[in-house]
Design a protein around this ligand. Sequence first.
Ligand SMILES: [Zn+2]
Length: 359
Amino acid sequence: MIFKTLYIYNLKFKNMKYLAFITIAILMNACNASKTKTVGNNVDANSKDASVKYANSITAKDLKKHLYIYAGDEMEGRMTGSKGQKMAVEYLRDFYKDHDIPSPIESLNYLQPVPASYFKRVKDPKDSENVVAFIKGSEFPDEVIVLSAHLDHVGMDKDGNVFNGADDDGSGTVALLEMAEAFKKAVKDGKGPKRSILFLHVTAEELGLYGSAYYTDNPIFPLANTVVNLNTDMIGRIDPDKEETPNYIYLIGSDKLSQELHDVSEAVAAKYSSGLELDYTYNDENDPNRFYYRSDHYNFAKNNVPIIFYFNGVHADYHKITDTPDKIEYELMEKRTRLIFHTAWEIANRDGRITADKL
Ligand SMILES: [Zn+2]
């Protein structure tokens, strides 16, 4: 999750025209805004048993194991282009290699290079890379679901203290690894997804959502065939406002471009989420935090790809050296990751492709 001031700065220069367009769109849609909504069960019944089995392979224990390494001091806060960020990339690549989950294009060898020249407003930019892994769909291989999380964070302070970024976005990163492993287990059992899944770990989010912008400018699979982007950025902590009711996840953007996506997401949660509340507080266009514009899904949304952003809200350790792995709520993170997995599973396996029906 990018700082609000930085995001406004970037938006100003990058998206002036789009901002005007969005403002009009927001005004036009204002009366359609809904905070919570219950819908009927429209989840494909056939998907049930299998998805539960594989979702259950996503465990608090495994998430914790990965996160203590990924957000450990050795990674030096994963600043874009730094030694620590390269180590983080190697950790991800090794994971996909070890689990026999291929690179989408062999010659890429799991890395989509993002040249320093792309980081236009960054002082002393360095070459970086997105990490990509791929599971090919069995029936509709050209239709791609992108699961994303940002691999970078903000590095170290001048005294050498590490910004571990356990929640931001170590949590989303290791959630992606666990979801990839679950999908791979299904493939091994002959129950692989009907549509393809791209696991996209983007760089330079904290500097201005650059890695995801680079991907959408240079997509490995055409954006017209990109069904949905489910973006996970910060899912391991509890918002102080939710301390009394911590069994929640904030969903942002699910109804912006596709009512169908929103309805499927709600139906999946009703069926599989074991009481996890979907909270739409920050989906409100009038919310001053403007989170919809502050993580990587936004680059997909602005290209008309329906998105859902999964988020726990900010907390006292947000962008501080105290965002450490010992503070993560692993059981809750397991629930949240399983929900995202079930949603991806349903979108990948249902008969019809989700469309941007609100465009
Ligand atoms: Zn952040």
